[in-house]
Design a protein around this ligand. Sequence first.
Ligand code: GUN
Length: 291
Amino acid sequence: MKNQAPIGQIIDGVALSQALRADIASRTQALLARGIKPGLAVILVGENPASQVYVRNKVRACQDCGLHSVLEKHDARMTEADLLARIDALNNDPSIHGILVQLPVPAHINASKVIEAIAPAKDVDGFHIASAGALMTGMPGFWPCTPYGCMKMLESIGFELKGKHAVVIGRSNIVGKPMALMLLQKNATVTICHSGTQNLKDLTLQADLIVAAVGKRNVVTADMVKPGAVVLDVGMNRNPEGKLCGDVDFAGVKELASYITPVPGGVGPMTITMLLVNTLEAAERVASQHP
Ligand code: GUN
């Protein structure tokens, strides 16, 4: 009998993260044996409630895997100059291998200036122009954690990207644009869609892979999906009942997609896992310079 393509398989970001974090913990132990403890500094300016949850989860994940972490919480009135001074200090702190400033920062602080102040060797978010340039040109560098996590999810199901049509919905610097570049590097044919795209459904119906990264509910519905397509949902929204949901109509699309990521429990946990991977990688690079 011919193998049937699977339908409605869940890519479990929690389970995949657990497997990857076991490897992170053992690589961390190997560095510890050489006297190096990978360290991440997380800076939060202000009291954005969602950001507070995100930074807490990042720091907890570090602790769970044996990494050193520092959480700096600053008042929303912190000046840009003071923040830049903190980044400079952390750039020069040998116990810190990765620096992350949680976004958004308050309006009086220029986010680009802050990102560009982080030493590229410690840019574990992958947001610095040097990291973006490295990704674009295929040079070694840090990849932004969310699209990097998406690539790991595709790898986990053995999805061969070569020759496939990938439709990325969203063009942010954090997800959409780097996602498209990573898929391109694996020889997919990539279409980037955004709020100005006029024929979204025509394009998604051609897609072997859809990555939804808009931040709006029901951007992708069942009528927009080719049977057997893989659907990754990067969205993090609330429905009218207050329940967490993604950009994809999960219940409807699950009936058509071969593989789909849930929200919560899909891409979200992978983002944090890839932050740990990048931090570990930063520490391993330092270790390789001092054998
Ligand atoms: N805000 C939303 N997502 C992210 C992220 O991945 N990194 C940082 N630093 N801020 C964010």
